[in-house]
Design a protein around this ligand. Structure first.
Ligand code: NDP
Ligand code: HSE
Length: 432
């Protein structure tokens, strides 16, 4: 074993970084044995230097992350700051100064992954990011390496722990949205700005990364259709229950049937309670990968939190260190198919639409006509007359599969009917 240590710069020492530092220290001997050389924490960049950081030598702490990555003796930079800047410049600088990079930063990779891969390649360095998607779950490496000989057609799953935690709490314990979000934040699952979680940006970033790797193309976060969970109400969850379903925030990436394009989307959806994703609780994530030869694979595990995410970061650290010792690099970007990303309107899906309507003759026929005009076939209709004397009824329509554009056209036309007092909720139905 080489005695001279490989030097690691840790950028960020928050929820994830502090766990990375802890495991690097407590498992130092095992890591050295697995890598073939000791790894030494050579510096830790943070924003607030005076904060007490248990188990970390205060002499390693710096607020000058740029100087740390420019030192010249750093072999690997671990970026767990998050956000676009200064993370992007720091990673680029790290490559320019000869270091390999491990990052958990999905926001950055979904925005600028291709450019970062290009700089890594130009300098003959590694860029690894297992922790950027689904926390501890090995998913990036299986897609980049294990399934490199197969053809992946679909990736579908729950990739945001915070929103799954919130929806799970709302469903099973009747907790309110804000209360559940506060709990997820306190447990270290949420992003620095939890809007990224609840508005679906975090899941959209992960969907972009997954679609890019799975289909060997480039998908940027802006090309992912995104809806968050802020509009999901207790009534939606109760309505899902009545249908034998639950509500989950899903990320769905698909190759078109003709193979000429892909779609990537993130939105809440009702899924049957019998579907394996329905039993994914708390901050767990689960992802199905469907490929031509392997068939259906399911990846399941903790999707967020300090220690689980650090596990993925350290796996990457070992891989990058081994590559350095072997004088090689791991797989770079594979985006040779250059498939276009189709708009959401082309996606074929099912809708659950809940309407408040006037309770009088002919209303059901009017509503049914709107669906027929948009060529959307109705699967089930349930009507319940209000007992509050309002003269209104609640009408729940579930459609067969139809293009999303036709479904949203239907909702738009329904809103214009005098007899439709309001559209209480619209949700897609998946997993049947
Ligand atoms: P935190 O907010 O807990 O930690 C961020 C760290 O970065 C802090 O230590 C902070 O310093 C430091 N920092 C912020 N700005 C700077 C700067 N300009 N220079 C140097 N250091 C800086 O975030 P997390 O640990 O939760 O997340 C880190 C990354 O990991 C993000 O990309 C996130 O998306 C990703 N991730 C997080 C997961 C999770 O469950 N939390 C799961 C998977 C990925 P200070 O401590 O002084 O404030
Ligand atoms: N905020 C993210 C989540 C962290 O809740 O899933 C893991 O990427």
């Amino acid at each position: 074993m080489r005695t001279r240590p490989l030097k690691v710069a840790l950028l960020g020492c928050g929820v994830v970084g502090s766990e990375v530092a802890r495991i690097m220290t407590t498992h130092a001997d095992d890591l050295a044995a697995r890598i073939g050389a000791p790894v030494e924490l050579a510096g830790v960049a943070v924003r607030r230097p005076s904060k007490v950081r248990e188990g970390i030598d205060p002499a390693l702490i710096t607020t000058d992350a740029t100087a740390l990555v420019k030192r010249g003796d750093i072999d690997v930079v671990i970026e767990v700051i998050g956000g676009i800047e200064p993370a992007r410049t720091l990673i680029t600088t790290a490559f320019e100064h000869g270091a390999g990079v491990v990052s958990a930063n999905k926001a950055l990779l979904a925005e600028d992954g291709s450019a970062l891969h290009a700089v890594a390649e130009q300098h003959g360095r590694d860029l690894y990011y297992e922790a950027a998607v689904a926390g501890a779950i090995p998913l990036v490496r299986p897609l980049r390496e294990s399934l490199a000989g197969d053809k992946v057609n679909r990736v579908l799953g729950i990739v945001n722990g915070t929103t799954n935690f919130i929806l799970d709490r709302m469903d099973t314990s009747g907790a309110g949205y804000s209360e559940a979000l506060d709990e997820a934040t306190a447990l270290g699952y949420a992003e620095a700005d939890p809007t990224a979680d609840v508005e679906g940006f975090d899941a959209a970033a992960k969907a972009a990364i997954l679609a890019g790797i799975a289909f060997h193309t480039r998908v940027r976060i802006g090309e992912v259709h995104r809806e968050g969970i802020t509009e999901v109400t207790a009534a939606d969850i109760a309505s899902a229950r009545r249908m034998g379903c639950t509500v989950k925030l899903l990320a769905i990436c698909e190759r078109a049937a003709d193979g000429r394009s892909v779609t990537a989307r993130v939105h809440p959806a009702m899924i049957p309670l019998s579907h394996p994703l329905a039993s994914v609780r708390e901050a767990y994530n689960a992802v199905f990968v469907e490929s031509e030869a392997a068939g259906q694979l399911m990846f399941y595990g903790p999707g967020a939190g300090g220690a689980p995410t650090a596990s993925a970061v350290l796996g990457d650290l070992v891989a990058v260190c081994r590559n350095i010792l072997a004088g090689t690099t791991g797989p770079g970007e594979s985006a040779y198919t250059r498939l276009p990303v189709s708009p959401m309107g082309d996606v074929v899906t099912r809708y659950h639409i809940s309407l408040d309507v006037a309770d009088k003759p002919g209303v059901l026929a009017q509503v049914a006509t709107v669906f027929a005009e948009q060529d959307v076939s109705i699967d089930t209709v349930r009507q319940q007359v209000r007992q509050d004397g309002s003269g209104e009824a609640s009408l729940v329509v579930v459609t067969h599969r139809a293009p999303d554009a036709a479904l949203s056209g239907t909702v738009e036309a329904l809103r214009k009917l005098d007899t439709v007092r309001g559209v209480a909720s619209i949700m897609r139905v998946e997993g049947e």
